[in-house]
Write a new protein. Structure first.
Length: 198
């Protein structure tokens, strides 16, 4: 008698998630109305926020990382792609002020002047809920992480798809360097009791 292998199975390693301990049973519905016209897909590992107005509906958190340092008022920022910001939204420098975005490109954002002290290259900026001259309120606090990629526009179709069903992780360990978008300190604070950033 000889050994014969009839079937081979295996587990595909997902580098974003090092350990998944808990997800949201039944998944979540991700809002798709806040993206650039060029956005085709939202990548797994994107931070999500439970919408307060509708159970099961989740918003995508938007962040961006500066690629240059700034010493005084900012109106044009060099940023690292990818990001999801659009014109008309608010961007803020942590703990200082927030400004209205007037124009967006993959590697640059133009906004109303944001007065601040020196800001280092590599600083991660969050989306604010309004323009402010003294302080800001972060628009969304993270409370889940997208488990799988979701397509928000199909190939050749430029209209946005309806809200999309997806899996979401609420407890586990992620490899921060593999996340598709940057994570600010404020976003980490809202997740650290349940998500470990390795």
């Amino acid at each position: 008698m000889s050994l014969q292998i009839k079937k081979e199975t295996g587990v595909v390693y997902d580098p974003v998630f090092l350990k998944i301990l808990e997800d949201i049973p039944g998944g979540v519905t991700v809002k798709t109305n806040r993206f650039l016209a060029t956005t085709k897909e939202i990548k797994k590992g994107t931070l999500l926020n439970a919408d307060v107005s509708s159970a099961g509906l989740y918003n995508v958190l938007k962040t961006v990382r500066l690629t240059a340092a700034y010493a005084s008022n900012v109106t044009a920022m060099a940023v690292e792609a990818p990001h999801l910001f659009t014109a008309g939204e608010y961007i803020h420098i942590y703990g200082v002020t927030a400004g209205t975005i007037t124009r967006v490109a993959a590697t640059g954002i133009v906004c109303a002047a944001i007065e601040h002290a020196a800001v280092a290259s590599g600083t991660v900026l969050d989306e604010a809920n309004a323009a402010a001259t003294t302080d800001y309120a972060i628009k969304y606090a993270a409370n889940a992480i997208l488990r799988n990629n979701i397509e928000v526009r199909k190939a050749g179709v430029e209209t946005l798809l309806d809200n999309i069903f997806a899996g979401a992780i609420v407890r586990g360990t992620v490899d921060e360097s593999e996340l598709p978008y940057f994570v600010s300190d404020a976003s980490k604070t809202s997740l650290t009791d349940r998500i470990r950033f390795a």
